[in-house]
Write a protein that binds this ligand. Structure first.
Ligand code: PD2
Ligand code: ZN
Length: 144
C-alpha cells in the first residue's frame, strides 16, 4: 500500500518542504521494538563523500506509520525551553508523539546554508508496542 501511494507522498513532501522532488533520497523505513531507541544526532553530513552526491541534507520529513506505541517520541533537546516526555522520562526540549498519519518536518540547515547544530534529535525508547516510521531526506541538489 505504501508503494502504491509513494509517488503522491513524494510529491506532497516536495510541495510542503518547497524542495524539488528530484532532490529527495529514497524513503527509508525504520522499525523499533520495545527498548529500542535512536541516540540524538544531526541528519546533516560531516563527511565529503556524501556531500559529493546531491550536496547536504537540508530538510527531513519524518512520518509515523504505527499507532499504539508507548514512548518512541522524536525528541529535539534544543527545541525550546520547555519540558517534555521522552521514553517515560521528563526531559528538557520538545518531543513529538509518534501518531500514525502524522509527520514532522525539520530543517538541518539555516537559510544561510550553514548546518544547524540545534536540529539535533533522537528517537526515545519504545516502552511498549512497535514503532514504524518512514523518513525522507531532501538534499541541496538532485540526488541521482
Ligand atoms: O524514527 C524516528 O523517530 C527518528 C528519530 C530521529 C528517525 C531519525 N532520527 C532518522 O531517521 O534520522
Ligand atoms: Zn535523524
Amino acid at each position: 500500500m505504501f508503494d502504491y501511494h509513494s509517488q503522491a507522498i513524494e510529491k506532497r513532501i516536495s510541495v510542503y518542504a518547497q524542495v524539488p522532488i528530484e532532490n529527495g533520497e529514497p524513503i527509508q523505513i525504520l522499525r523499533y521494538e520495545k527498548n529500542q531507541y535512536y541516540v540524538p544526532h544531526n541528519d546533516y553530513f560531516t563527511d565529503t563523500y556524501n556531500l559529493k552526491h546531491g550536496g547536504q541534507r537540508i530538510v527531513t520529513m519524518l512520518m509515523y506509520l504505527s499507532d499504539n506505541v508507548e514512548g518512541g517520541e522524536t525528541y529535539f533537546p534544543a527545541g525550546g525551553s520547555g519540558e517534555s516526555s521522552c521514553g517515560g522520562k521528563i526531559v528538557k526540549g520538545l518531543s513529538v508523539n509518534p501518531i500514525k498519519g502524522n509527520a514532522v518536518l525539520f530543517w538541518s540547515m539555516g537559510l544561510n546554508g550553514e548546518s544547524d547544530p540545534k536540529s539535533v534529535h533522537g528517537a526515545c525508547e519504545v516502552l511498549s508496542g512497535e514503532k514504524w516510521s518512514a523518513v525522507k531526506w531532501m538534499r541541496q541538489r538532485a540526488f541521482l
